[in-house]
Design a protein around this ligand. Sequence first.
Ligand SMILES: [Zn+2]
Length: 109
Amino acid sequence: MTMVMATSTSTKATARRKGDGSAPRQSRAVLRDVEPGSTVECALCGERVKFQAKVRHRQVICNVYVNGTWDRVEHFHADCYEQAGEPHGPVDTTPVVKSRARAAEPKSA
Ligand SMILES: [Zn+2]
């Protein structure tokens, strides 16, 4: 009889809150490297957020939600986002890839 209880317990543990529909319905900002070929403009200063090989620029990408609905994406230079007073909340600096500990040492091409 105790086996039945154990089964229901494991079922409960399987239920996870993370999933496709669990994205927060509010504006959020993430820090990303600027990609080559980027053509976006900074929402604060209006200048191109452009890739430069020698300088590892960072950009802040914001998913802007209005009234709980996704509205648009805004890009900022990392510095500009700070200057703007973090209009879309604190920047999430969590790397996309987990194994990014070596990112601090760019390898010479
Ligand atoms: Zn800017």
